[in-house]
Every structure is written in structure tokens, then in C-alpha cells.
Design a protein around this ligand. Sequence first.
Ligand code: GDP
Ligand code: IMO
Ligand code: MG
Length: 420
Amino acid sequence: MKLDVLLGLQWGDEGKGKIVDVLASRYNVIARFQGGPNAGHSLEFNDIKHVLHTIPSGVFRPDTINIIGNGVVMDPVIFMDEINELREMNVDITKNLYISKRAHLILPSHRVMDAALEASKGKTKIGSTLKGIGPTYMDKIGRTGLRVGDIINSGFEEKYQHLTQKHKDTISQYNYNFDIDEYEKKWFEGIELIKSFKLIESEHEINKYLEEEKLILAEGAQGTLLDIDFGSYPFVTSSNTICAGACTGLGIAPNKIGNVVGIFKAYCTRVGSGPFPTELEDNDGETLRKQGHEFGATTGRPRRCGWLDLPALKYAVMLNGVTELVITKADVLTGFEKIKVCTHYILNEKQIDYMPYEINEPLTPIYKEFNGWSQDISKITSYEELPIEFKDYIKYIESQVNVPIKVISVGPDRDETILL
Ligand code: GDP
Ligand code: IMO
Ligand code: MG
């Protein structure tokens, strides 16, 4: 048995949470493999709207096992808040949420370091969600981090104090005021809560499930263009968001990857700083933001909006080995007289059709224009009923990236989904 991977092909917020929730009924296990509470994955069904940060999006399906893999970084405070919110909704997942002992912990001082580092960058700031993601992965790679498995061993508090002191010494160079006492208290409460969950070695657990023919979906966070290696560095997150991240973030071999489901919005958004060749700073951009409610699920920041970028999408399809596509937020394009798609860029007076290393240099997009449609498509349930203009739009995308679109999302609700 092989494991399927679902991930974002743009700059995050493609609708991964919604689609994982839709597909979760087909799987026995949903596993997060990277990122942390910088993610905000929204789910909507039966008039419930919910945002998950650390917890996998299979959590509302009672028979699904959810795994937080070794590649994830966890903030015990945010995790505790998430669990409490779920309990208020009568969703208790103590029995079907497992956490890898190898997952790294975000310390209160990691959050402060994130904020101090960003503040020191001035105009070159990344626009981090300030959840401590970068500093936690720095400690992981620097071999100084604390892991979930450490919390059940003696000497944990000592290790915590030692690392926190190291961070305080670093922060003192930044002239940055902070007070972590309150947060620290809650942090240790969160640590106790984590102890009440089944702590696993995800590599053994997941490979055992595969042998037992269980169906597993790995849920990505962020998006391909935020990948630490292939994204618009340095305006990226600190993990491998691409499909390969599922191997290292869960402990599965590359030949165990089955379908790779790539999600993209019918247009593009980005939150935080960094290059965005098709960004619209005009009325069309404003309309996309309004119609698409494009405000961050984690930070509430307005998302930057622009037209679909094909060279970027092709790049993402290549890096991930995408086998099927999901297009989301198609309904948001309703009402546009003309819809544009970027097919090429001009870089240093030359036309190119790929995402270059020089992504941080000015790239001028070249567009192909499509006719829009005015009909509300959010209640449509079959492909046949969709407006011809929309069909032309997606047929063109499929022909350019050479991967079939298997799901069309026309609204935020679980039911507003057309499966092809
Ligand atoms: P994620 O991080 O990839 O899970 O995406 P987010 O949850 O951060 O952002 C996607 C937003 O779009 C959420 O508010 C979703 O409820 C919403 N959404 C998802 N799919 C659709 C869709 O097809 N149409 C509309 N209008 N909204 C959608
Ligand atoms: P989901 O999983 C959109 C962006 C931040 C910032 C950069 C680095 O909901 O798609 P970090 O906090 O990782 O140091 O921020 O990455 N970013 C996201 N943008 N969706 C996300 O997650 C994101 N997670 C991080 O805005 O530009
Ligand atoms: Mg999000």
C-alpha cells in the first residue's frame, strides 16, 4: 500500500483544510508532516466554521486517526487552545490523535526570538506569522532543539531552562523587551496535556499501517512557493513544504508515495512579504480580496491577490510530482468580465516560461485573457452545469500543466465541492 500526499501549489491558503476534510472519509489516517501553528486550515460543514493550526484536518471524522508527524513543530499553548476549542464542540480526540516523539517543541523564547529577529530586519522582514517557526527549525538543524519525546524523560525542565537561557542571551543583542512568564506557565500546562496523548514513532506507526493496507493521506501545510529550498528565498517558511517533506516528515520511503494531490486557487494569493509577479494592486485585486474573503486564517492579515501564475504552477507540479489537481475558490472569479492567466515572464528583456532563480528580481508577467462568467456557480454540483467560460479556463490550465483536475471547489463548505 502507498500513501497519498495532499499539498498546496502556491503560497499557502489554497484550501487544504477544506479539501482534506472532504477527502478524509476515504482514508483511515490523516498525517501532518511539516510546519506548525503558522498554518491555518479552515473547515466548514453543518454551519460550523473551524480553523486548525497544528491538528490534522481529519479530526472531525470520528473514525479517522490523526498523526502529528516528526517534521512538525508544536507550540504546547496553541495545541492546548486547539484541543480546548474542539472539546467545546464535543470533539474529543484524545484517543485518535497521535504525536511523534520526534516532533520539535516551540519554546516561548522561540516566539520572542522570531519577533526580535523580524523587528531587526526592518524593510527586509519576511512577514512571519511570529509563531516561532524559524527559530525552532534553527534549533532542530543546529541539533539543540527539544523534542516531544523529551517531555517524558527526567531532566526535561533542566534542558528547557538551559535552552531558554541560550535564547535570552541571543535576544539581549537585539534590544528587544519581552516577558514570557505568563506564556511559560501555560506552556507547561500544555506539556502536561501533550503527555495525555499517545506519543509514537511515526515512522514505525505509518509503515505498519501501510503493511496493514490502511489508507493514509499526508496533509501539507503552507505551499510549494514557501518551501525553504525552492520557494522565493528568503521570503519562505523554514521547512520543506514539497512532497519530499512528507518522506522526511513522517518517516516513509519515496517509493511509498502514491497519488500526489496538488491544490491551487483559481487565482493567487500571498500573505507576508516577498515576490509575487502577478500581484494586482488595483480594483481587480481588491475585488478578489473581498469576494474571496482573503484575510489570513492565522494572523487576520489581508492577503495580497493576483491572477493565476502558470510558470509557478508548472514549477510546483514538477517539484511535487503532482498526479491530480484540485482547483479551489472558482466561485470567487464569478462576475469578472475578463480573467487573466500569466503564461510567461519577461526577465531582463527576455521572455521565459519557467520560474527562475531570479524570482526576487522584477519579473513582468505576460497574460492570456479569458472571458469571464456572471452566473453564481457555488451551488452547482456537476461539471456539466458549469459555465462554458469556466470550462474553457480549466481545460486550458490542464493542457498547460498536463495533469487532470479531479476536484473543483466552488465554496468554503464541505458540500460545495464537485468531484470529477
Ligand atoms: P489552507 O491553509 O490551505 O487550509 O486554506 P485557508 O483555510 O487558510 O484559506 C482558505 C479559505 O478559503 C478559507 O477561508 C476557506 O474556508 C475558504 N475556501 C476554501 N475553498 C473555497 C472555495 O472553493 N470557495 C470559497 N469561496 N472559499 C473557499
Ligand atoms: P497554511 O498552511 C500562508 C508565510 C508567512 C510569511 C512566511 C514565513 O495556512 O497555508 P513563518 O511564520 O513560517 O516564519 O512565515 O510564510 N506563511 C504562510 N502563508 N499560509 C500559511 O500556512 C503560511 N505559513 C507561513 O506569512 O510570509
Ligand atoms: Mg491557511
